[in-house]
Design a protein around this ligand. Structure first.
Ligand code: F3S
Length: 111
């Protein structure tokens, strides 16, 4: 189980959550941010920081947003466009910076 960023982040990308993550496991894509599900320690610090309430515990994601659980994992487990290797568990987002890519689902997502 982990915290997941959902639909409300798409095209908002406020980034306030990043300051609250003690292990730097929130990564910036193009349209939204993604929690590294294997690095997240479930502290919940990010959840109240988001002004659009995009972050939820996995089990509490609003109905209809279940696909974002898949996409938050897919962002790390599959190569992003233009890359040959998956991001995996880089052990910190700050050093990597914005990735400028999203999963196909997020790239094509219509709010
Ligand atoms: Fe997105 Fe909210 Fe973070 S809009 S980048 S989840 S503060």
């Amino acid at each position: 189980m982990t915290f997941v960023i959902g639909a409300a982040c798409v095209d908002v990308l406020d980034r306030a959550c990043i300051e609250e993550c003690p292990i730097d496991c929130i990564f910036i894509g193009d349209r939204m941010a993604y929690v590294q599900p294997d690095e997240c320690i479930d502290c919940g610090g990010c959840e109240p920081a988001c002004p659009v309430e995009a972050i939820h515990y996995e089990d509490d994601l609003p109905a209809g947003q279940e696909q974002f659980i898949v996409e938050n994992r897919r962002f790390f487990d599959e190569p992003l466009p233009g890359r040959t290797r998956p991001l995996g568990q880089p052990g910190g987002a700050a050093a990597i910076g914005p990735l400028g890519s999203d999963t196909r689902f997020v790239r094509e997502y219509q709010p």
